[in-house]
Design a protein around this ligand. Structure first.
Ligand code: ZN
Length: 380
């Protein structure tokens, strides 16, 4: 089967406009394992677009050599709605301007309806259960009744991810080192992917509370296994959020290496034939997501950092100064922002005038934080 391009029009567009999701398809439809990649559901996270571009180039070469064993689908730009959100010459791709919220939050929970559908179809055979559950999950997605164009986008992307063995949701952070988010059940199964990509943090959480894209496809399996403990049900969808460093880390050199790392990961997981070579040394161990401090702004102000990306810092160390430009006494208008944990400075902010509640930095610690937990561990 040759490389195919599919264009899936999105319904509910403004009259006179048309938007579509484009998919690159490789391998025989239905071949296993199936890997699904999507770039920049947060549409202004450009490193993901360039990494997907380089991955597709490699996949085309692999196909020409007949090396593709499974099925691979790549959405090289997952969010045409967000790509179009240029406001006063500024790209705003994280939230839908029509009021639909953060593009990577509130993905539907497929578990309840799937559990009902498979209740009398499960057996003692794991492989047969996987087939039955995948079919039920796909049905649940097909039965969604989209209203807005955003709903159509979500249904289209979900329809590709829902039956995949591997899902890579490709993002980036403001100013950050390479890192991953995934469920604990898939660690250390994905340690090779973290090593290939050169990750500085891997954060594990079964339910972040944010309804992220990756969890929409990995967690139903875990919940089904709990609901039906008498039947063997594996965590059969290995879904990962990959954060390709910083907004400004957009260049061929990095993205070509990232595409190659993803390609070798597909070889290691049996999707593509060929020897990926020796695994690079891991740069980090996995840690619980709730050991990562999302340092928040307590007040509006101007931020001046005291720490660098990648620095290892101690609890109570000053991360930044928050300066109140309206302070009558400028000496009293400087507030120290301190770390709540020992750890690695994984990310910082780009825009340095902040509002209360804005995330100023992520500090990756080892032990779960004792501060009261927020319902949504991912922030907004
Ligand atoms: Zn993102």
């Amino acid at each position: 089967m040759t490389h195919r391009i599919e264009r899936r029009p999105l319904g509910a567009g403004t009259p006179g406009t048309r938007r579509e999701v484009m998919l690159h398809r490789f391998g025989e439809p239905g071949a296993r394992p199936k890997a699904y990649f999507q770039a920049a559901i947060h549409a202004d996270e450009i490193p993901a677009l360039l990494a997907a571009h380089h991955l597709v180039r490699r996949l085309m070469a692999a196909e020409a050599e007949g090396a593709i064993r499974g099925e691979i689908v790549v959405a090289p730009f997952a969010n045409p709605i967000g790509l179009d959100q240029q406001v006063n010459a500024t790209h705003l791709g994280r939230h839908e301007l029509g009021g639909g919220g953060n593009f990577n939050r509130n993905w539907p929970d497929l578990f309840p309806a799937t559990a009902e559908k498979v209740a009398d179809k499960l057996t003692d055979l794991e492989a047969a259960n996987v087939v039955a559950i995948r079919a039920a999950l796909a049905e649940v997605v097909a039965e969604m009744r989209p209203r807005t164009q955003l709903d159509f986008l979500r249904q289209t992307l979900a329809g590709e991810a829902v039956d995949a063995d591997l899902v890579f949701d490709m993002h980036c952070d403001d100013d950050a080192l390479m890192h991953l988010f995934l469920v604990p059940q898939h660690w250390p199964l994905t340690a090779d992917i973290a090593a290939e990509l050169g990750c500085h943090a891997v954060m594990l959480c079964e339910d972040s509370g944010g309804g992220s894209f990756d969890e929409a496809f990995s967690t139903p399996w875990i919940k089904l296994a709990r609901q039906y403990p008498d039947h063997p049900i594996p965590a059969a969808c290995l879904a990962i959020t990959v954060e390709f460093r910083s907004q400004r880390d957009v260049n061929d050199r990095l993205a070509e290496a990232d595409g190659a790392a993803l390609f070798r990961s597909l070889q290691r997981h049996g999707v593509i034939d060929g020897d990926p070579g020796p695994l690079p040394e891991a740069l980090c161990a996995a840690t619980p997501l709730d050991a990562c401090e999302f340092v928040k702004a307590p007040a509006p102000g101007v931020l001046s950092y005291e720490v660098e990306l990648g620095e290892r810092i101690e609890k109570d160390q000053v991360i930044a100064w928050l300066i109140d430009p309206a302070a009558e006494d400028p000496n009293a208008g400087r507030q120290a922002i301190r770390a709540g944990t020992d750890g690695l400075v994984l990310s910082r902010r780009d825009r340095l005038y902040v509002q209360p509640g804005d995330t100023l930095a992520k500090v990756v610690g080892r032990e779960p934080l004792t501060a009261p937990k927020e319902k949504n561990l991912l922030g907004d």
